[in-house]
Write a protein that binds this ligand. Structure first.
Ligand code: PBG
Length: 329
């Protein structure tokens, strides 16, 4: 006797498959990371991130208008800081006329409804390429959190809708939330990188911003004293719950594909929106394999994005956002 239930009935053709599909990707799923540089008319391709660019402010305006027209309504900003402006404490990060602050204003001017999130971390501003102040070979926690709070206020003053601390210092969400409240920025949100792993997948991003830990004496070569150990799962929940208690509006897990067990676990436990960052190395791997003709670019891209959403992401930060929207529309 054949089974009464034949699951293949629901896979017979595209019409039925699309009728029962559980995970649908739309432009609303995406947060678009953008890299910003000084200059005019600059659109530089990032060597390890094919077809991804750093933009000067004039071209950034064009880019965000295009994103908006594609239905991509949220951006996450990163700046490449000239070496001359780097120091140990990220002083330039607080400059009201700094690149980040001008970038926020530029976008709000060009596209007032675009949701602007800003990266809050010291590494692009640090001569040592670390996410905090370095003293005697150690990344200081509380001093760094205070600077991140000042940075957050500076970004809020420039017009940022959300600040996105990507540093993994303890207690920084509370420090930032309290500072924003004190300054009257009650509507400025916080998207916390809550479970950010010390991952080798960030390599191309560090090329993009020239922000890798410096190869100098007494400078830690990696970020393992603040970013999480890839072997840990329970700790990711603890980190995320603490950030929510401290006032995070959105929590993020990073990287994506290699950490989808963590994504599902956190999605099952928390009641705030969950974001996943499909990071630079994940982008680079697909681009490189496709360039060699070893993988089907669009198919693998869609499969990975779908897997991230299926695992539990409400929001996906991805360098593929435009490629995906072009593919699905
Ligand atoms: C640093 C930061 C990193 C990324 C986002 N913010 C790199 C790092 O922690 O060294 C990585 C993003 C990516 O790889 O796409 N604060």
């Amino acid at each position: 006797m054949y089974p009464i239930r034949r699951n293949r009935r629901l896979r017979t053709n595209e019409a039925i498959r699309s009728l029962v599909r559980e995970t649908i990707i739309t432009p609303n799923d995406f947060l678009v990371p953008l890299f910003v540089v000084e200059g005019k008319g600059v659109k530089e391709e990032i060597a390890s991130m094919p077809n991804y660019y750093r933009y000067s402010l004039d071209l950034l305006s064009e880019e965000v208008k295009q994103l908006w027209s594609m239905g991509l309504k949220s951006v996450l900003l990163f700046v490449k800081v000239p070496d001359l402006l780097k120091d140990n404490k990220g002083t330039e990060a607080l400059n009201p006329d700094g690149l980040m602050q001008r970038a926020v204003k530029t976008i709000k001017n060009a596209c007032p409804e675009m949701l602007v999130m800003t990266d809050v971390a010291l590494d692009p501003y640090s001569i040592y390429g670390h996410d905090g102040v370095l003293v005697d070979g150690k990344v200081l926690n509380d001093d760094t959190a205070e600077i991140l709070a000042d940075m957050s206020i500076s970004h809020a003053e420039a017009g940022a809708d959300f600040v996105a601390p990507s540093d993994m210092m303890d207690g920084r969400i509370l420090t930032i939330r309290e500072a924003l409240e004190d300054e009257g920025f009650t509507d400025t949100g916080i998207m916390s990188y809550s479970a950010k792993y010390a991952s080798a997948f960030y390599g191309p991003f560090r090329d993009a911003l020239d922000s890798a830990p410096a190869n100098m004496k007494n400078v830690p070569k990696d970020k393992k004293t603040y970013q999480m150990d890839p072997g840990n799962r329970d700790e990711a929940l603890r980190e995320t719950e603490m950030d929510i208690d401290e006032g995070a509006d959105i929590v993020m897990i990073k990287p994506g594909i290699a950490y989808l067990d963590i994504v599902r676990e956190i999605r099952n436990e928390v009641e705030v929106p969950v974001a996943v960052y499909q990071v630079s190395g994940e982008y680079a791997m697909i681009k490189a394999a496709a360039e060699k003709g070893w993988l089907d670019h669009d198919a693998v891209m869609m499969e990975q994005i779908t897997a991230i959403k299926r695992a539990g992401a409400h929001i996906i930060a991805s360098y593929f956002a435009k490629d995906v929207v072009n593919f699905i529309s």
